[in-house]
Design a binder for this molecule. Sequence first.
Ligand code: GDP
Ligand code: IMO
Ligand code: MG
Length: 422
Amino acid sequence: MVDLLLGLQWGDEGKGKIVDVLTKNYDIIARFQGGPNAGHTLIFDGNKHVLHTIPSGIFHKKAINIVGNGVVIDPVIFKKEIDNLSAYKIDFKSKLLISRKAHLILPTHRLLDAASETAKGKAKIGSTLKGIGPTYMDKTGRNGIRVGDLELENWKDKYNALTKKHLKMLNFFEVDIQYDLAELEEEFYEAIAVLKKLTFIDSENYLNQAINDGKTILAEGAQGSLLDIDFGTYPYVTSSTTTAAGACTGLGVAPNRIGEVFGIFKAYTTRVGSGPFPTELFDDDGKTMATVGHEFGATTGRPRRCGWLDLVALKYAVQINGVTQLMMMKGDVLSGFDRLKVCTSYTYKGTEVTHLPYNIEPENVSVNYTEFKGWQADLTALESASQLPENLLAYIDFIEKEVAVPIKIVSVGPDRKQTVFR
Ligand code: GDP
Ligand code: IMO
Ligand code: MG
């Protein structure tokens, strides 16, 4: 069976930390979508690592890590990630396997991303500018270059033809994007050489064989459900299926092979980039969350917008994904608040609703809150569920009842060890 681990909000819920915590229970960790727009932070033994493309099981001796067909790979960023791990003496050839069907992000995909965002002006998506949108456009447009193409004699012809087309497309945007293609291509080809030293596999065959052999597999999601291309806050979303169905298409495993669906959420909400965010705070409470929670993007360093927990949105994400267990992150960041608020319904065009409506911009929805007493205790040294403060337990109990799924992990700090199981 394949268990899934997914972010239920707008990304950065703490997926990397929890995948690292759970890896000891799995033989294989497999990323199924997204690319280097993701930044998954792992902290253990006093060291911090941010992974973008490499699955978060890479630090464990036993686990095999797979980059699935649904992922888009930027060889240049991938090479840097591998270089950053040199101290760990990881045998990448045997522990990090890449799907031949994963698509490549070319230097010109990044340029197109920048041009598209610049041309949008105020309406920009707030993209990480890693070339994600243009690469998935080429995938669905059937123009893309895949990892498996690198094994063909003529792949450079394909590359040159696509790059030529991209350069023409760049002119269309009529914005001034500065670049030195020769320089970009030099680092690209260098990185391709590193990528080609790794093991390419037909990952759908590999994974289905592994399932038949009784191996345990954890699929690691990137981004979050509210950034899903279909179910997120379109157009302010990413270009992949971040929800559970994405694991089936991004790995080639059938729906009846999916076991547990772990849904991760922060005890409050954050978002980086543009787009609606009904519970966003612009006051001192929001500033406190940002400061205490160190809310800066792991990929771009941009400040994350902060706000209260939104149960309307959380219930929606739980439903779309079929979540079977919840994990609540960053409860420690809320220590010290006198009162906490949780959004339990919206007022949508004058009527109270508890489902996520089509339009959630401020002109269409206002938010209705339920208030809770805060907790003052520092949670960061807690080791067992019996030590959780009463007001936090009331908060957890309310969420579990509203969402009708149990919260099995409460994370109380960024370190691997700061994890309370219930
Ligand atoms: P991901 O993209 O879902 O893997 O999450 P990110 O790594 O982008 O962002 C999560 C941030 O919160 C990282 O800086 C983590 O180190 C940190 N973090 C994770 N869990 C906790 C927690 O329980 N408490 C605190 N204070 N920080 C956490
Ligand atoms: P992880 O896996 C948070 C956001 C961007 C932007 C929008 C589109 O770390 O949770 P893109 O680069 O995909 O064109 O950006 O999606 N975004 C993320 N926000 N965490 C992420 O990944 C994100 N990946 C993309 O900020 O709003
Ligand atoms: Mg992140």
